[in-house]
Design a protein. Structure first.
Length: 190
């Protein structure tokens, strides 16, 4: 990626100007031009305008790239947020279906227990550089929300009893614990 100084240097050369000539045309100090072209300084608005006027280019030539980068970072943030929300909903749905469904039997509850351990373990394996708390907030927020939703929908007493009886709380706590302590578990397995 080209910096502003590099772009100014390339444009000045293509116009056949020396640094001294550019400094004289733009009414900017020669040493400032040298520092900008050597990427020692980042020019401010008025300096960019003076240089752009002397080089006969639009100042948005330099700023449009920065705005585009900001736009890309916002869009990637939104895409990541939507993906994480959908992933959390999917994980919640799988565990909830296997434990709370009226047709859930011991086999589906054991499957839910195994998935509650192995899915978060794979998440830990693929997010090694992530802080445990960050991993828990990104991938475990759905599990935490499920506990709260169950208590709100069923009531405190009934929600607690239903979560214990079906094994849902055990699955959710196992998932949350694996997400947070996954690196320690991985070290124990080695």
């Amino acid at each position: 990626m080209n910096s502003i100084g590099t772009k100014i240097f390339e444009t000045r050369k293509s116009r056949g100007l020396t640094q001294e000539e550019l400094a004289e045309l733009s009414k900017v100090n020669l040493r400032t031009i040298q520092r900008i072209e050597n990427n020692e300084n980042e020019p401010r608005g008025k300096t960019i305008d003076l240089i752009c006027n002397a080089l006969e280019i639009d100042s948005t030539y330099f700023t449009s790239k920065a705005e585009q980068k900001t736009s890309e970072s916002i869009s990637s943030f939104i895409i990541n947020a939507v993906f994480l929300i959908l992933l959390n909903l999917l994980l919640m749905s799988i565990i909830g279906f296997l434990t709370l469904d009226s047709n859930a039997n011991i086999n589906s509850r054991i499957g839910a227990l195994l998935l509650s351990f192995f899915i978060p373990l794979f998440i830990v394996l693929f997010s090694q550089k992530m802080n445990p708390l960050e991993r828990l907030l990104k991938f475990g927020s759905g599990f935490l929300a499920y506990i709260v939703l169950l208590i709100i929908v069923q009531g405190l007493k009934d929600g607690f009893i239903l979560g214990i009886r079906t094994g849902l709380y055990l699955c959710l706590i196992l998932s949350i614990g694996t997400l947070y302590y996954g690196k320690a578990l991985q070290k124990l397995m080695k």
